[in-house]
Design a protein around this ligand. Structure first.
Ligand SMILES: C[S@@+](CC[C@H](N)C(=O)[O-])C[C@H]1O[C@@H](n2cnc3c(N)ncnc32)[C@H](O)[C@@H]1O
Length: 269
């Protein structure tokens, strides 16, 4: 494995136990409330009952299992063995084992790890693309995983916001980066509450919006929509204000910049 991805995997393995215990993810509350997908995602993807959905970089499966609750047959894929163990356990606790499968694999090996199976939906949720050195190769994976007519739903951190420093005040990183120019991190905290990390080394990449779109259309996918949002779902910058429901907004008086984006695309046929 690419040593940078190996370091990232250790970091993510380390985060899993912290995240499953965190107030941020509130696993017990989630089990009690049994939420389905976010309404805006459901509105776009519509009735998924009986459809197959693969969630790339599924972490410990919370976002994946929401889709099982509305009838999809879901597969979550992540390269962290700890994440896949916890996702499988969470599916059991949620009574969703029958309609869910979790697979441990690097996203670049996903077609082989999933036995070249194709899906009605490829779903990618926040905090995914920054961990991948090559977005063009990611687009190829998405194209290989989709059934004819199948749809991609991607919601991720906006690459412009990723160029800002931790305070969100200055441009600190290049918008245009290359696979051999990762942003090297060394943080002993994660984005949730909880204990300190021991595996602190990380490698991240910024993928310009044009490169994300190009990765899909160059593989023959049809772009249906690209929407930029002035909100996100975590405290990316200290000045973001929460509405108390996992949404963070730009306060009045600050320039409104894009914080996340959504891409919807489909495979022809
Ligand atoms: C920010 S988390 C995704 C969080 C998810 N949206 C959620 O809220 O549960 C990013 C995930 O990407 C996974 N990941 C990072 N690089 C990967 C790779 N090359 N292949 C597969 N999974 C990867 C990590 O293990 C981690 O679970």
């Amino acid at each position: 494995m690419d040593p940078r991805l190996a370091a990232n995997r250790l970091n993510w393995d380390d985060r899993v136990a912290i995240h499953t215990e965190s107030e941020f993810y509130d696993v017990d509350g989630w089990l009690a409330d049994a939420p389905g997908p976010p309404p805006e995602e459901l509105a776009v993807l519509g009735d998924v009952a009986g459809k197959t959905l693969v969630h790339l970089q599924c972490h410990f499966g919370m976002d994946t299992l929401r889709w099982a609750r509305v009838g999809a047959m879901v597969t979550g894929l992540d390269f962290s063995p700890a994440a896949i163990r916890e996702a499988t356990l969470l599916a059991q606790r949620a009574g969703l084992s029958e309609s869910s499968t979790f697979v441990c694999s690097d996203v670049y090996d996903a077609p082989a790890a999933l036995s070249d199976h194709r899906f009605d939906v490829v779903y990618v949720s926040l905090g995914a693309l920054c961990w991948l050195p090559d977005v063009a190769a990611w687009g190829e994976v998405v194209a290989r995983l989709l059934n004819p007519g199948g749809r991609l739903y991607l919601h991720d951190v906006h690459p412009f916001s990723a160029t800002l420093d931790d305070e969100g005040e200055q441009v600190a990183y290049s918008y245009f980066t290359r696979p051999d120019q990762p942003i090297v991190g060394d943080y002993d905290t994660t984005y949730t509450d909880g204990a300190k990390l021991t595996s602190t080394e990380t490698y991240e990449w910024i993928h310009p919006m044009g490169a994300v779109v190009e990765s899909l259309i160059s593989r023959g996918l049809v772009l249906d929509s690209l929407v930029e949002h002035d909100w996100t779902v975590f405290q990316q910058f200290p000045w973001l204000e929460s509405d108390g429901s996992h949404r963070y907004f730009i306060p009045e008086g600050r320039p409104r910049i894009p914080l996340t984006f959504t891409v919807l695309a489909h495979a022809p046929g």
